[in-house]
Design a protein around this ligand. Structure first.
Ligand code: FES
Length: 62
């Protein structure tokens, strides 16, 4: 089994992390998302650190 984590930066969109991971918030909550997790790069998500698709609405470039 391949346990490597793969990180993919989408043009004008989120950073995708492929693989099993845990995300711990500064409040100590731990989420164990699915096989692919999208992290916000634009700063507009209402569900940080995760992408909620808002980058399209603000026409994020990066
Ligand atoms: S990158 Fe998708 S909401 Fe920020």
């Amino acid at each position: 089994m391949d346990n490597k984590i793969k990180i993919e930066i989408l043009e004008n969109g989120p950073m995708l992390v492929h693989g099993d991971l845990e995300v711990k918030s500064n409040a100590g909550n731990v989420e164990a998302p699915k096989k692919v997790t999208a992290f916000c790069r634009c700063g507009a998500s209402q569900n940080k650190p995760f992408c909620d698709g808002k980058h399209r609405k603000i026409e994020f470039c990066g």
